[in-house]
Design a protein around this ligand. Sequence first.
Ligand SMILES: [Zn+2]
Length: 303
Amino acid sequence: MHFPAFDDFYQRILFLLPFAANFRSTDFDYQAPVRWQNTYPACGGSDQSPIAISARKVIPLSLPPLVFGVYDEFFDELVTVSNNGHTVEFKVPTTIYGVRPYVTGGLLQDCYEAEGVHFHWGSPVSKGSEHVLNGRRFDLEMHIVHRNTKYLTFEEAQENSDGVTVLAVLFKVVRADPTFYQPGLNEVFSSLLHLGNFNSSYTVQERITLGSLLGNLDRGNFYTYKGSLTTPPCSPVVQWHVFGQVLPISHLELPKFWQLRDRLNRPLQKNFRPLQSQENRQIFHRQPFVPLQQEQLQELIWL
Ligand SMILES: [Zn+2]
């Protein structure tokens, strides 16, 4: 017996499956990241992230600062944070000026619009940043993911080597009152207790700006290198910016990440990818343009 509507339904599902796998990449976990490449070949390819950054081995480079467009303007709606089974994330809404925050400047040739924010963390007994800085792994790492506006969708950006830039902020746990710190981050951290179960989401109580997630971070001090997404499909299309200054997170806030659960109701902990080989890639450390001192000017005049 034949059910045309039923057949049609299944044909659609079969047609859509490869796209779903490509775009959603939900079928991975952190038990054996080395196996990601069986399904996503780029994960076993070149230019992978994260990497270890050592201040002694980086190349100092005089660069203009990053420009943070409408980063410090309020979003036009409250952000909704969700537990997707791999991390907690929120999609970046437009600001009150009708556009999303963006970055350009530094080594970037184009304008990159903020798409989403998510985190990587460890467990009660291990630290969980993805990047390692000067031999240290930190407690938490925040990623603000941006799409090159040359490309209309994130999927299209993922197909192009200049498609994505990510700002990475490292956090170190401190024994202090959380209210001293970044107001935007406090909103996100306080949503975590509502996000224990997979697929749960929570709308924060206060309007925030994207810039408020950076607190008083020195936005001019960053390492930059060419790498990849750190989750499948591991596309090697990311210009990374890892800030040199490490932000504080209260010892009362950090454990809120550890109580999250994944789609199989297991603890969602240690959601960081192991370090990848730097290969022959260069890591640059931005040096601000330093105006010449009076004595240096004198020397130049006498030369
Ligand atoms: Zn990430």
